[in-house]
Design a binder for this molecule. Structure first.
Ligand code: FES
Length: 268
């Protein structure tokens, strides 16, 4: 029941997109992990052929948590009565009925298409189809690059986190001793250049000597290796500092009020 003054929660996640959900290096062969992503409880596991399964964590039999289970013959085995599911969510075995028994149609788990790419495990969150779009990623990152990275939890909706990371006006104040030092409070532009996957933002901060900030259309053409921010819809961000010094963040939704940031520093 919604009480007076309370906001009714809607699922404000953007559907039919690829989302980073896990650091690929942390998912070892035979490992089973339970995570909450996009307001859903999911179980992830890695098969012996290195493929990754991702299905709903709540067993369709009696609701046990599959993430407490085991990997067996490239299936996930429920810890309660041993029912086994494959990566596509289909039930493979009901031990109590015997291996030759028919599987009732009601025994299946919601499943997600997974891919391992750029050091992350991704799922396609939305309507599953045979032909899915490519995982969108930054063109300046080679797939063979290595990553050093870590995770950070922010207690807010992922769109607010992204908004903060694209807000270039706060740097001289919130980060006055680090990335915003120098009291360069005049913000020229920002000049936003649309790309096929999102947009890039170019700025030029200056000391306030009484000049007027340049309007976006008065900004000079960006130079090839100029520092800028890149954004790819719906939740990938990059701070391009130099050709060899980059920071990437995936703002991964946990639920409406929590976001997990996967930060990565790609290098050759
Ligand atoms: S609850 Fe999963 S097998 Fe029974």
């Amino acid at each position: 029941m919604i009480r007076f003054g309370e906001r009714k929660k809607k699922n404000l996640m953007i559907k039919n997109q690829w989302y980073v959900i896990y650091d690929a290096r942390k998912l070892k062969k035979g490992a089973v992990v339970g995570v909450k992503r996009l307001s859903e409880k999911l179980v992830l596991w890695r098969n012996t052929d290195n493929t990754v399964g991702c299905i709903s964590d709540k067993c369709c039999h009696r609701g046990a948590s599959l993430s407490q289970g085991f990997v067996k013959d490239n299936h996930i085995q429920c810890p309660f009565h041993g029912i086994e599911f494959s990566s596509n969510g289909s039930c493979q075995l009901i031990p109590a009925n015997g291996k030759n028994a028919n599987i009732p149609e009601t025994f299946f788990q919601k499943a997600y298409t997974t891919q391992e790419k750029h050091g992350f495990i991704w799922i396609f969150w939305g309507n599953q189809k045979e032909q899915l779009p490519e995982i969108p990623f930054f063109d300046n990152i080679d797939v063979k690059m290595h990553y050093a990275g870590f995770e950070n939890h922010w207690q807010m909706h992922y769109t607010r986190c992204i908004e903060n990371q694209l807000d270039v006006l706060h740097l001289p104040f919130v980060h006055r001793t680090t990335i915003g030092k120098g009291n360069r409070t005049i913000i020229n532009g920002p000049n936003t250049v649309m790309t096929d996957k999102g947009f890039n933002i170019y700025i030029k901060n200056e000391l306030d000597n009484g000049q007027k900030p340049l309007k976006p259309n008065e900004m000079p053409e960006p130079l090839p290796n100029q520092q800028h921010l890149k954004f790819i819809f719906p939740n990938l961000w990059q701070n391009y500092l130099t050709k060899k010094l980059l920071i990437i963040i995936s703002f991964t939704p946990v639920d409406e009020d929590n976001t997990l940031l996967f930060l990565a520093y790609p290098h050759q």
